[in-house]
Write a protein that binds this ligand. Sequence first.
Ligand code: HEM
Ligand SMILES: *[C@@H]1O[C@H](CO)[C@@H](O)[C@H](O)[C@H]1NC(C)=O
Ligand SMILES: *[C@@H]1O[C@H](CO)[C@@H](O)[C@H](O)[C@H]1NC(C)=O
Length: 327
Amino acid sequence: MAKSINFILLFSLLAFAPFCQIEGSLYPQFYEGSCPRVHDIVNSIVAKAFAKDPRMAASLLRLHFHDCFVKGCDASILLDSSGTIISEKRSNPNRDSARGFEVIDEIKSAIEKECPGTVSCADILALSARDSTVLTGGPNWEVPLGRRDSLGASIQGSNNNIPAPNNTFETILTKFKLKGLDIVDLVALSGSHTIGDSRCTSFRQRLYNQSGNGKADFTLDQNYAAKLRTQCPRSGGDQNLFVLDFVTPTKFDNNYFKNLLANKGLLSSDEILLTKNKVSADLVKKYAERNDIFFEQFAKSMIKMGNITPLTDSKGEIRKHCRKINK
Ligand code: HEM
Ligand SMILES: *[C@@H]1O[C@H](CO)[C@@H](O)[C@H](O)[C@H]1NC(C)=O
Ligand SMILES: *[C@@H]1O[C@H](CO)[C@@H](O)[C@H](O)[C@H]1NC(C)=O
């Protein structure tokens, strides 16, 4: 008798555990009661934006990354400057580069009509990043939800925590580790560069003067470098755009890793995954060989990145407009 009661207790714990909120943690069904259509709304607006501009998928995926690395996944990146807030949009990694803010605004306003004051901008970023990955042919995953929005921004955090394309391997790995991410996450998430664009200014150094000796980066295929130089001159053309994956620029796949093996990674931060560390080089080779293993790890690492110090429970707020804090 006692045994069967224990069994029933255990069973109900197991059955209901996924639905009850463990304090401070996120879970996929968070809006099931309060805004059940949130997934459809996000998906339809992201799909519409992607149909109009295929690059938008990449831009939305990157926004979630640049949000999570600064004060956690709290939509701090979405705040405009006002009062004491200095917008992260002005930071080095974001200025003239981060995009997709209008799409997030459109999603937010559609959701506010359906369920006012319920869904955070931080969760909209996480859902948009997942939907963008799926739309471009990448893996799907259930997005843990329940983040709340910050009351402030950190331009210093944006400048310091987000890796720069000419950072050393050790610096980049350290920046990931400071956010609780490891070398496996670093390589898998860098696979995001299978879609989207980079400006000339982000990799020019590799084309002309990689190590201060007036020479191009020797880990960059010399024919590919010559082609890039025609559109990315020594000076000027800073904003000229180049696809990060020249083989399948709008398709989420493992060609990014295959390109690295051919010395045709666009950014220095891409190529050093192969050239500066044995563990990451082996991961690059594995993902180049096995798209399925890349996809599986990418999904896991995205969930891990999405869990970086979220605001939950009564912390922060649910913004009415993603660009400004509530009055
Ligand atoms: C590992 C360190 C990383 C560095 C140094 C880095 C750096 C960069 C740079 C320099 C660009 C081009 C920006 C421009 O010139 O406008 C870029 C684009 C991009 N990054 Fe990263 N990134 C890193 C990791 C990530 C991660 C973890 C993600 C997502 C999870 C990501 C997603 C993207 C996407 C999708 C684009 C294209 C954006 C667009 O076309 O609008 N990156 N990244
Ligand atoms: C990296 O790029 C920045 C911006 O272009 C530049 O100021 C800095 O000197 C570069 N760092 C190295 C180590 O080359
Ligand atoms: C390359 O960079 C170094 C150090 O940043 C600088 O002193 C040198 O003049 C540069 N050379 C060329 C050819 O631009």
